[in-house]
Design a protein around this ligand. Sequence first.
Ligand SMILES: [Zn+2]
Length: 314
Amino acid sequence: MFEKVQSSHQKLKVIDYTHFLSNENFVIFLFHGVISINKSKIRNYINKHLEVSRFERIIEELRTKGRPVSLDQIIRAKNEKLELPPKSYAVTFDDGFANNLHLAAPILKRYSTPATFYITTGFIQNNHGSWTDLIEYAVEKVDSVQLNHELLSKNSPIRSVKEKIDFLDKVRMVIKYNSNIDPYEFAKLIWKQNGVKNFDKDPELDQKLTSQEVRELSDEPLFTVGGHSHTHRILSFLPPDELEKEVSTSINLLNDWTNRKINHYSYPEGLNHCFSKFVIDCLKKHEIKCCPTAENGSNNQKTDLFHLKRIFVN
Ligand SMILES: [Zn+2]
């Protein structure tokens, strides 16, 4: 069944996630957050936070037509060469937003749907925003966006919603494909050049889980907690010592908070160039067993557990 959805930037989209279910392949859905209502024009323009009614409809439809499995079941099937049931799918969340526990978890429990929550531990420790959230916040806040940077300078007005969204798309590309740009320094530059000083956090878009809440998710038998770096920097861009620090810090904190051995992870940004053999070897050294990407697509029994694809739900 198809549904019509009014997205945050008023494009009419027709999406039915159950059509990704198949008898031959399994799919892993990638969520970020669930909010009660979408009020922003600029922030959340990629719809990474779904409105709760829509989230429930998606989870219900998938549950009706498919077979939810945990990431541990996927690992077991791979290692023991077992077939997953037809129309298997897994649900995953990246980053560690508090709305995962408060809005998504009750719905997942209602529909007996296992889920894995990949947590960026630095966000939990300090309730920090990711670089994308910090940049989107600044662009929403000011009337006219200023930017002077060697790789991306403002050469036409950035005032309307469309101009601001086009600008954010360009900023994302520049940061994601340039290993010499520190994303948080770039966010700081945008804030400075536009006179933005305070981060007035939105309770739903910005509140991260606390360490006790991470423990609460981890204690629920349906749910699994995994790592998603410490600062959400692109792992393949980091020198070896910084990579080691990102991975070990995140895993040690999660082991401590959950009182469990963490063996799940997902790559920040997760595009093909955002991980490498070197990154995978580092994760394996820390006893990570499985790390899905954010590359779009489905998987089969041959797919390597460190190259699993996901379907971004927005
Ligand atoms: Zn992420």
